[in-house]
Write a protein that binds this ligand. Sequence first.
Ligand SMILES: [Zn+2]
Length: 241
Amino acid sequence: MGGAHFAFTDRWGGVSAAPYDELNLGGAVGDDPVAVRTNRELAAGRLGVDPGLVVWMNQVHGRDVAVVDGPWAGADVPAVDAVVTARRGLPLAVLTADCTPVLLADPVAGVVAAAHAGRPGLVAGVVPAAVEAMVGLGADPSRITARTGPSVCGRCYEVPEVMRAEVAAAEPAAWAETSWGTPAVDVAAGVHAQLDALGVRDRNASPVCTLESGDHFSYRRDRTTGRLAGYVWLDRERDDA
Ligand SMILES: [Zn+2]
């Protein structure tokens, strides 16, 4: 049984120029594609994974999940907000700049998932959909380890009152208030409540708020900016395992 690996990047250690400096990993935010490719190679190299194997998504704030067993063929990347694989050694990646990146792994079943949960994805249930797809490949929620990465916190993510009510109707744990007393949404708290309800107990949340951290990209703070990435993969099985 191979171990699970989880990694979240920050904005440093790449080659992109401002306002994407330095380690922008997003290919659709206006940055130089050559710089993004170099950054993806740098990040993969530091993690010890093959940059050509990493499975990225065309994220659209939906709840669709793709089951994959290798990198996409050609440039046609499906519009999904979660990817799931039962192939050990295949790294899955999610891009964010305030949204909640969610990494899931059941090392016993050999199944991992990466999901992109912003406010719409939380309401739509993209994380439960990813868990369901994992279970379909043999995972057991009681064995799943979940990690959520840096994202905008509930004390910073201000929304209109009606929007908070809509989100809280879907997931009460996401109800929040800004540090200045106005309606807010805590997407990560909502994701963790959804996971808990599914029986995923081994969970950890990053303490980093992207909007408050100068070491992270934040769309709400900067609008035109880079993207962070979260990566999940399992060790390859050894021949004698
Ligand atoms: Zn914050």
